[in-house]
Design a protein around this ligand. Structure first.
Ligand SMILES: NC(=O)C[C@H](N)C(=O)O
Length: 611
């Protein structure tokens, strides 16, 4: 996961329908067109003055500034027809994925505006259809239409737009009520409350409050530079069967008939089901015919285990464990796996047993166990898959550290072609490493490449602070010119540090703090200023320097610059200052129109099978 790159972010919002844009007709809610026109009238969604001043195309909306140096523009593509999400199917979701694919190069992130009723299914399907995502895709919607006075649509949509524009979270996510969830982990749990979704077996990827808290260790890493793949061949003949006490074997038999190719079976507790022989016989017969059955618990929380004989009976009947997957995710995964061409039955079961998109938590050690293989070939495939998974994991784990090492050593060559915003194990980016190493050439290259100027590592430290500590004046200058500022946390004990430097006659150290924007008049822990300490110690050079500052430019640093230090959605680039970015960092607003656009109110794409 990395912070946003560059000062202008472009988003595509695909509006599919749902309550968020609904209107009341004859006393019931129906999908409503013209969402972009509604957003255009809401100042929180569109800055008309800026749009005019920049000559933005008619179909492009622009958010008010998130930070002075950054603008988020977005285009709303309206689907035709618009749906109550109860009518959405795999066909429409694949079309949404294909729309994202068509516009993938033109936008930095994607928001899918969708009805809430089947949003968990939609997010699950999209997570499997879209492979190798390098950009953020967020689904959102509302419980109450956006034009109602009291509604959740504005907050949800604005949150989704901001998250998609400010953070690279290369997954299909769902944003609702200030929480960003992994899309294939959610389920709708409330039809009325604004907190409509929960992610029972995985904490949110991010929570938005005064600050945005990203759960870094949960966010999946993009797999190198592999291109986006859209898997359109999803199997439609899959089903969902919820067991209940006393369910007749005849009913189960009727349900499992062709053309059904796969079924998610919701069982009791930790994956248990009735052990009646006639029922087990039906399941076993279906499994032997080649029907793939995945066992998911109907409990909201917890996993399928092998704790009970009643659960083992299911496994014995050839049923694959879905561990802690939601039924929505299991159904989507089944559709994806069965849609993959050329896989044997064992191959399909092997794939189902793997965690493909972060959709399930495997019990410790299970990743290494080719548990379902029934033949030597099956075992071989399982081992190969495990090996390639491990190689990917090793590569993913090492890449950020290697990029940081190269940046620290000033190795521009190695950095070419790497992802320059990767974070290593403690959240440091190549910009941190280059600043710490005093590599002005690398810092300049990274900034021109558009990396975020003020990323914070796990300890809240910025590249600017590391440059100050190393007294790398050239680097400090570059970072300041690009808008970097020290945060209040970084400046917390600066007075004491300044006094320490003054007592040691460390002029270089003092000048570095000054250049970085620190107030050299800040008192130390005992209330004395650096100037008093230097005078007492007889460090004349330091005294002259500090007196000059006091008398002339002031103890405050050169030209600083009002800092916007909020780390929240209003200013997700917490350290950006009210200064222009490096020349060349702010591209002019693009005039490119996505293919198929027909003007502002006519941004349409067709969804579903034409009537
Ligand atoms: N809140 C909603 O969006 C519910 C609506 N029926 C839908 O799913 O389209």
């Amino acid at each position: 996961m990395a912070r946003a790159l560059g000062p202008e972010r472009r988003l595509l919002a695909v509006y599919t329908g749902g309550t968020i844009g609904m209107r009341s007709e004859h006393g019931v809610l129906v999908p409503g067109s013209g969402l972009a026109a509604v957003l255009r009238t809401l100042p929180m969604f569109h800055d008309e003055e800026h749009a005019r001043a920049c000559g933005l195309p008619e179909d492009t909306l622009v958010l008010p500034p998130a930070s002075p140096a950054q603008r988020v523009t977005y285009t709303v593509l309206e689907c035709q027809p618009l749906f109550d999400s109860s009518d959405m199917t795999i066909t429409e979701w694949v079309q949404i994925a294909q729309t994202i694919e068509r516009h993938y190069g033109q936008y930095d992130g994607f928001v899918v505006i969708h009805g809430t009723d089947t949003m968990a299914f939609a997010a699950s399907v999209l997570s499997f259809v879209l492979e190798n995502l390098q950009k953020t895709v967020i689904l959102t919607g509302a419980q109450v239409p956006i034009h109602a006075l009291w509604n959740d649509g504005r907050e949800n949509l604005l949150g989704a737009l901001l998250m998609a524009s400010q953070y690279v979270i290369p997954e299909v996510c769902l944003f609702f009520q200030n929480q960003l969830f992994r899309g294939n982990r959610v389920t709708k749990v409330d039809s009325r409350r604004f907190a409509a979704f929960c992610s029972p077996n995985l904490p949110p990827l991010a929570v938005v409050g005064t600050d945005v808290t990203i759960n870094r260790e949960l966010v999946r890493k993009a797999r190198g530079k592999d291109p986006l793949v859209v898997h359109s061949s999803m199997e439609r003949d899959v089903g969902l069967l919820r067991l209940y006490p006393g369910i007749p074997a005849a009913l189960v038999r009727a349900f499992l008939q062709p053309p059904l190719k796969g079924v998610v079976m919701e069982t009791f507790g930790s994956g248990n089901g009735p052990t009646k022989p006639d029922l087990l016989r039906e399941l076993q017969a279906a499994a032997e015919r080649g029907l793939v059955i995945v066992n998911c618990t109907h409990c909201l929380q917890g996993s399928v285990t092998s704790d009970y004989a009643a659960g083992m009976a299911m496994a014995g009947a050839g049923i694959v464990s879905g561990f802690d997957m939601t039924s929505e995710a299991a159904l989507a995964k089944l559709s994806y796996v069965l849609g993959q061409p050329g896989l044997s039955l064992d191959g399909k079961k092997e794939l189902l047993a793997r965690d493909l998109r972060g959709e399930m938590t495997l019990p410790t050690g299970a990743e290494r166990r080719p548990s379902l293989s029934c033949s030597a070939l099956g075992r071989g495939i399982a081992q190969l898959l495990t090996l390639s998974q491990e190689a990917d994991a090793v590569r993913d784990a090492l890449m950020p550290s290697l990029a940081c090492a190269a940046a620290h050593a000033g190795n521009l060559e190695v950095l070419q072609g790497s992802d320059l915003s990767l974070e290593n194990f403690n959240g440091q980016t190549p910009l941190h490493a280059a600043a710490r190493g005093g590599q002005a050439g690398v810092v300049s290259m990274l900034l021109r490449g558009g990396v975020h100027v003020g990323p914070r590592d796990e300890d809240g430290l910025s590249p600017l602070l590391l440059a100050v500590k190393g007294r790398h004046r050239g680097v400090i200058e570059l970072l300041r010119a690009a808008g970097a500022c020290l945060s209040p946390r970084e400046l917390e004990d600066v007075g004491t540090e300044l006094c320490r430097l003054a007592s040691r006659a460390d002029l270089d150290g003092l000048q570095s703090w000054w250049q970085a924007g620190a107030d050299l008049g800040c008192p130390g822990y005992d209330g004395r200023s650096a100037l008093l300490v230097a005078e007492a110690a007889g460090n004349l050079e330091v005294v002259t320097f500090l007196q000059k500052l006091q008398g002339g430019a002031g103890a405050q640093a050169p030209g600083p610059r009002k800092c916007d230090l909020m780390e929240g959605p209003q200013a997700p680039h917490g350290s950006d200052c009210d200064v222009p970015p490096l020349p060349g960092l702010l591209p002019s607003v693009s005039e490119t129109q996505p293919e198929g656009f027909v003007g502002q109110s006519g941004n349409k794409i067709s969804l579903g099978t034409p009537p």
